[in-house]
Write a protein that binds this ligand. Structure first.
Ligand SMILES: [Zn+2]
Length: 69
């Protein structure tokens, strides 16, 4: 981010969905959500063969809603 970045388009406080992984319910930091162990890789961040887990992006964690359900 070296060039003059202006926030013309994003005047609203939209969650940064770019940080989301397929297994996330919401972007990191979203109120009412929390980290959970990725069910696909059991928190290892890798699936069989050593490939980075696509569900959690290799973090071993996914964001899940924790608000009372
Ligand atoms: Zn995973």
């Amino acid at each position: 981010m070296a060039s003059g970045a202006q926030n013309d388009n994003n005047s609203q406080a939209t969650p940064n969905t770019a940080d989301m992984n397929p297994g996330d319910d919401a972007p990191p930091g979203t109120p009412g959500t929390g980290e959970d162990v990725c069910p696909d890789c059991s928190g290892k961040g890798k699936v069989q063969g050593g490939t980075e887990c696509p569900n959690c992006g290799g973090t071993g964690k996914v964001i899940k809603g924790v608000a009372g359900g």
